[in-house]
Design a protein around this ligand. Structure first.
Ligand code: HEM
Length: 504
């Protein structure tokens, strides 16, 4: 008993000494200034409440580069967006340890050769692979939108609204549910294909987008806690959902399905080749589905902004109608668009960028692998210490009034033919919601644009009175911020709308 007490006392003392040594280090020559934080948790509280406000405030006090502490971790922040290119070129700023931490803490797996895997798999979301996967995606999306039309048929009149004395039959749905039934479902089948056995979907009815969606909702609620290292078993509901999803993602069965995406197929094959364990392969496949939630959240905000500001919806509808009319011959039922044509619609493009600017929450965070000298655009050099984390935080640029006038205002045409400046010099990358490394920075916006044009082509949409939401600022750090609450939307099928088809 006495020995146990001594051991505990020694362990606590050793922990406190280590903590104090780490938490109270002195600033060395040429290191960036330090934010004065609480002696125990540093800037942890302000940081977790609203990162953007905290960083803007510290920038005003300390300049464009500074270091702050959260508990015993030091993070050096580079605020000048002109540094984007040099930050990405610096070899000592390594992303791999950050990815490994997310994989280990949240998804409970490790990858022996993560660099090889990402290099290999990222080829499958570009070029010819991107075109073939978009072709499959557009078909899956068409199917899921047709399902929504059927809902509209059966649920029509469930909500009669007087407009200018006329009664309109709207269907009503939560926006989150609408996104799940349409875009998420299309993404799910594009990733994991369909059962090879025609009656197979029945046999594997748990392998269904809504089953995953429900379980992901439980899992995502505790995401931040898992990230900081709390064990999954502390959250039994999330742990159960995690287990259900991993069991469903058996890669031997996945490879038997038709039209499994190249990303999933290539990753599984690569991991099998290099001898990764079964549970690590399943964890990796789960991450692939998890990252697609960013695309769904982005589309969520787009639809919300369109219905919240009817002017935005009207302008986008006009741009699309014009593009359709230019292509449609003699009232054809189907009008085909290439990806490039959809991608280049100027207002849609600007609208998507503005949504990314306002609702993107991503951080570009790296581990500093060696003592490094970093040169700022004004020529001043700073020492970044080995073992620090070092980051750029795009949302601080996105909310900078010098770069984006009235940053709190949503202006759907803000990016049409626009250039942006900081310190009088044009910015090469004013918008960086995908950081520099996201492999889906082409694919995700294309999927959202295709979803939006199809949605507004086929449905009228409206926000019922009193429905309102906003982004959850405590979630800064997530690639796209979640809403604080869900909203209801009204929708109804547009009669006589053409079908928009994918053309190579
Ligand atoms: C709106 C949608 C998305 C946003 C805003 C987004 C954002 C990001 C960001 C900010 C990073 C970190 C980049 C950096 O630190 O430089 C990242 C990394 C990554 N993203 Fe995305 N992402 C999205 C969708 C997707 C999708 C659909 C995929 C699926 C293929 C994906 C795959 C990845 C991968 C594999 C990485 C890690 C790359 C590496 O390890 O080098 N992302 N993403």
């Amino acid at each position: 008993m006495w020995t146990t007490g001594v051991c505990i006392a020694i362990a606590i003392t050793a922990f406190l000494v280590a903590y104090i040594r780490l938490a109270f280090r002195t600033r060395r020559n040429n290191e960036p200034p330090y934010v004065a934080g609480h002696f125990l948790w540093g800037s942890g509280v302000e940081f977790s409440q609203n990162v953007v406000l905290f960083l803007h405030k510290s920038q005003k006090q300390l300049g464009d580069i500074f270091t702050f502490r959260v508990l015993n971790k030091y993070i050096t922040i580079i605020m000048d967006p002109h540094c984007y290119e040099d930050f990405n070129k610096e070899r000592n700023f390594d992303f791999a340890p950050m990815v490994a931490k997310v994989n280990r803490n949240i998804f409970g797996f490790t990858v022996k050769d993560s660099f090889g895997l990402i290099t290999y798999a990222s080829k499958t979301v570009k070029g010819k692979h991107l075109r073939s996967s978009m072709k499959i995606f557009t078909r899956n999306l068409q199917d899921s939108l047709e399902e929504l039309m059927k809902t509209n048929d059966t649920h029509a009149s469930n909500c009669n609204v007087e407009a200018d004395g006329n009664t309109i039959d709207w269907s009503r749905e939560s926006l989150r549910t609408m996104m799940s039934k349409t875009l998420f479902t299309a993404i799910f089948y594009t990733a994991f294909g369909h059962s090879a056995d025609p009656s197979g979907e029945e046999k594997v009815k748990d392998f269904h987008p809504q089953v995953f969606d429900k379980n992901f909702q439980n899992f995502h609620k505790v995401f931040n806690y898992l990230w900081i290292g709390l064990p999954r078993r502390l959250f039994p509901k999330a742990a159960e959902s995690y287990n259900i999803m991993c069991q469903l993602l058996n890669h031997h069965e996945l490879l038997q399905r038709n039209e499994v995406s190249d990303f999933v197929k290539f990753s599984i094959e690569y991991m099998l080749q290099v001898g990764e364990k079964d549970e690590d392969i399943m964890g990796h496949t789960l991450v692939y589905l998890h990252v697609q939630y960013n695309t769904v959240r982005l589309a969520y905000w787009c639809v919300y902004k369109m219905v919240e500001q009817p002017r935005v919806l009207m302008d986008l509808e006009m741009e699309l109608s014009k593009a359709i009319e230019e292509k449609r011959e003699d009232g054809e039922e189907t009008v085909a668009f290439t990806l490039n044509e959809i991608n280049k619609l100027p207002l849609l493009d600007s609208f998507l960028k503005e949504t990314l600017r306002m609702y993107g929450g991503a951080v570009m965070i790296r581990y500093c692998t060696d003592d490094t000298e970093f040169k700022m655009p004004n020529g001043q050099k700073y020492a970044v210490r080995k073992g620090n984390m070092v980051a750029m935080y795009p949302p601080t640029t996105h909310m900078d009034p010098e770069i984006f006038k009235d940053p709190e205002a949503f202006k759907h045409d803000r990016f049409v033919n626009a250039t942006f400046y900081k310190y009088g010099k044009e910015l090469k990358n004013p918008l960086a919601p995908f950081g520099s490394l996201c492999v889906a920075r082409q694919m995700a916006p294309l999927q959202v644009k295709w979803f939006l044009v199809n949605l507004i082509n086929s449905f009228s949409l409206e926000l019922p009175e009193g429905e309102k939401t906003e982004p959850k600022t405590e979630c800064y750090g997530h690639e796209i911020l979640p809403p604080v609450n869900d909203v209801q939307v009204h929708f109804r099928v547009k009669e006589g709308a053409p079908v928009l088809a994918y053309s190579d």
